[in-house]
Ligand binder design. Sequence first.
Ligand code: NAD
Ligand code: APR
Length: 240
Amino acid sequence: MSVLSPHDRVVILTGAGISAESGIRTFRGDDGLWENHRLEDVATPEAFQRDPALVQRFYNARRQQLLSPELAPNAAHQALARLERALPGRFLLVTQNVDNLHERAGSEAIIHMHGELLKARCLHCQHVSKASADLGPHSHCSACDQRGRLRPHIVWFGEVPLQMDDIYQALSQCTMFASIGTSGNVYPAAGFVEVANAAGAHTIELNLEASRVRTAFAEHREGPASQLVPAWVEELLAEQ
Ligand code: NAD
Ligand code: APR
């Protein structure tokens, strides 16, 4: 499938690879985040129970990076925002990323299934609010005013990802599913392509190298997202 028809409904899944060229480290590549940290120490509910200060430090450092002025969306983020504008009401962007680069590129129909680095959740009242740069025991919840009960609004290993019903509904109705910049190591995201295939959608993987679920895709393009994604979107929008 190359050019979009007025009946097409598109679901996109992105992973850490789409933000790599903006300067945010991926998880499993060389010098990936999990190379320098045992994920059991920083990305599980047990880790937060055991050493909340270590977990807060890990996410505060990643949040600081997001707030730096040099960090900007790249051409891949911008191309997806263009594609969304061409498909009003027929486009959903599901990201495993917890950065805000899709928003900063202009995307709006976004589901952050692994949460958002710039948000905090209160363990007492579950209120989700904007996270301060240095979340910690001194932080207050703006809803219940409890002190020291705020955690990063991040879905950790072993926790249930967010808005899964909305995601599966969109996948079961889509005519095209594209996976961009994800290694296919973590479920349920790695299984989305099977749901799209069952819906009869055209499935395409755009990635630096083959992911663990490459064989499930009808089409593959290999290379950096900042080159692949704009070219792919231009093709889809030709003659629109
Ligand atoms: P997991 O090992 O808990 O498995 C998650 C689910 O995927 C389980 O139901 C498992 O049965 C299923 N699954 C695993 N391998 C499968 C396969 N080959 N085929 C079909 N199903 C398979 O996953 P996890 O890596 O511990 O992550 C748990 C959740 O935490 C994930 O859903 C992920 O969204 C989230 N997570 C978030 C972060 C973050 O930093 N935000 C990091 C890791 C995981
Ligand atoms: N362009 C396209 N793809 C890229 C680029 C790039 N410039 N750079 C890296 N990639 C690809 C890598 O080849 C790899 O397949 O992006 C993928 C990144 O994989 P991971 O580091 O595993 O990141 P991701 O797939 O998003 O991890 C899924 O696991 O640890 C959890 O919650 C975390 O959301 C994350 C989830």
